[in-house]
Design a protein around this ligand. Structure first.
Ligand SMILES: C[S@@+](CC[C@H](N)C(=O)[O-])C[C@H]1O[C@@H](n2cnc3c(N)ncnc32)[C@H](O)[C@@H]1O
Length: 164
């Protein structure tokens, strides 16, 4: 996979606009555009990716982010985050299982922002919106949409971890 310098996808700014900046994790950050944008918006950001090439590209994108080369299926963060986000990450485990792990890393009152490929019958790494929302039982669902962005057909889910 080549890691290209490109702008962050528009969901990051749109979906975090109403959130107070705090700590954030971008899981499967690739070349780091989304994590770098969050840092520029005042978040204290950690970006994790399994690929050393991705981490090298991400380090070029921003020096304001803590970049970690790690496997999200086994890695455990030392703390929870106010925002955990992931954009088109497809690990070796099923998407919904990965999202379960990410959900566990959200601090009480924090947010989870998932962007994935919608199930159009063609994309092998797709997710169904209903399945993602169903997996977040007990969360407040703030955004749950399927949307077209150029040639992409996306699922965008933002949910808040309700404080006990
Ligand atoms: C399609 S790319 C998306 C990258 C970036 N989020 C973006 O939107 O451009 C998927 C990313 O997930 C990373 N990835 C896949 N499996 C992973 C794992 N087990 N742990 C961490 N990162 C993983 C890949 O290395 C790759 O950078």
């Amino acid at each position: 996979m080549r890691y290209l310098d490109r702008p962050a996808n528009p969901y990051v700014e749109r979906e975090t606009a109403g959130l107070p900046p705090g700590t954030a994790l971008d899981a499967g950050c690739g070349a780091g555009a989304e994590a770098a944008l969050l840092a520029s918006l005042g978040w204290t950001v950690t970006g994790v990716d399994i690929s050393p090439e991705a981490i090298v590209a991400a380090q070029r994108a921003s020096s304001a982010v803590e970049w970690i080369e790690a496997d999200l299926t086994t890695w455990h963060p030392a703390r929870q985050f106010d925002l955990v986000t992931t954009h088109y990450a497809h690990a070796s485990i099923p998407h919904l299982d990965l999202y379960d792990r990410l959900a566990g890393w959200v601090a009480p009152g924090g947010s989870l922002l998932i962007v994935g490929h919608a199930d159009d019958g063609h994309h092998e790494a797709s997710v169904r919106l209903d399945d993602v929302v169903a997996r977040l039982a007990g969360w407040r669902i703030d955004t749950a949409i399927e949307t077209v962005r150029g040639s992409l057909y996306d699922v965008v889910v933002r949910a808040s971890k309700v404080e006990p």
